[in-house]
Ligand binder design. Structure first.
Ligand code: MN
Length: 255
């Protein structure tokens, strides 16, 4: 990508203007600086990474997760990770061509100047993209297929897997995630991580995970994280989890 194009893309999300406005106003747009005017609040982030659409309505997971939580979580929190990741990569042209899983797998080799931003915002982008994709309005119930067998093999039963996952999520001190990872033999492990860290950075494959940051549940469950962890199983889309498991078993690198 030519240097100038990369710069224009980088500027766009920072000042919240679309490409046409930027081109039309030229240098004057730069003078706007960090504008938080509501009129620009919904402008899409330009750059190599984009916010994925929710595959269902924000209210589709009610009553287990409120539409208000989903709307804010997706359009504000996740969008902020995408925007900040694009900003961080703006000065690292060679990294802009990497896919998100490639960027995270390469994490240990990244220049020191960009590592924290990739860890926090690349991790945040990957974690939330995974999160939306494994939930759905037709979720819940018992796991099926190969994932059900893998759960039984590693944890004895779905109930003991769920108990262990929920306890791990409840114990995570402060903000973080509880993930399930898959090793080369297809075996599952429950893996907590702080902040927006992802097991992908450690070379592992993420099957599924739950967000235990307060922003994921506080508006509805307040301090009752354990209640949120219990309710969350009602929206887990086991078909989507099985699809991920099949792709991981084929050694596909997914987020
Ligand atoms: Mn979150």
């Amino acid at each position: 990508m030519p240097r100038q194009a990369a710069t224009a893309q980088a500027i766009t999300p920072r000042i919240g203007l679309d490409r046409r406005t930027l081109l039309f106003t030229g240098g004057a747009a730069l003078a706007v600086g960090l504008c938080s005017c509501p009129v620009f609040a919904q402008a899409p982030a330009a750059g190599p990474h984009m916010l994925p659409s929710l595959p269902y309505a924000a209210s589709a997971l009610e009553p287990h997760i409120s539409g208000q939580i989903m709307e804010l979580h997706h359009t504000k929190h996740h969008q902020a990770y995408v925007t900040k990741l694009n900003q961080a990569l703006a000065d690292h042209g060679q990294l802009q061509s990497l896919s998100l899983p490639e960027l995270l797998v390469e994490f240990p080799k990244l220049p020191e100047t960009v590592r924290k931003a990739v860890r926090d915002n690349g991790g945040g982008h990957a974690n939330h993209s995974m999160f939306w994709s494994i939930m759905g309005p037709n979720g819940g119930g018992a796991p099926k297929g190969a994932v059900a067998r893998a759960i039984d093999e590693a944890y004895g039963s779905f109930d003991s897997f769920k108990k262990s996952f929920n306890e791990t999520g409840a114990k995570q001190f402060g903000s973080g995630w509880v993930f399930v990872t898959v090793n080369v033999k297809g075996r599952l492990s429950i893996a907590p991580r702080p902040n927006q860290d992802t097991p992908i950075m450690d070379g592992e494959h993420v099957l599924m995970g739950n967000d235990v940051w307060e922003h994921a549940y506080y508006l509805q469950y307040q301090n009752r994280r354990d209640e949120y962890l219990q309710a969350w199983w009602n929206v887990v889309d086991w078909q989507a989890v099985n699809d991920r498991y099949a792709r991981i078993r084929k050694a596909e690198r997914i987020i």
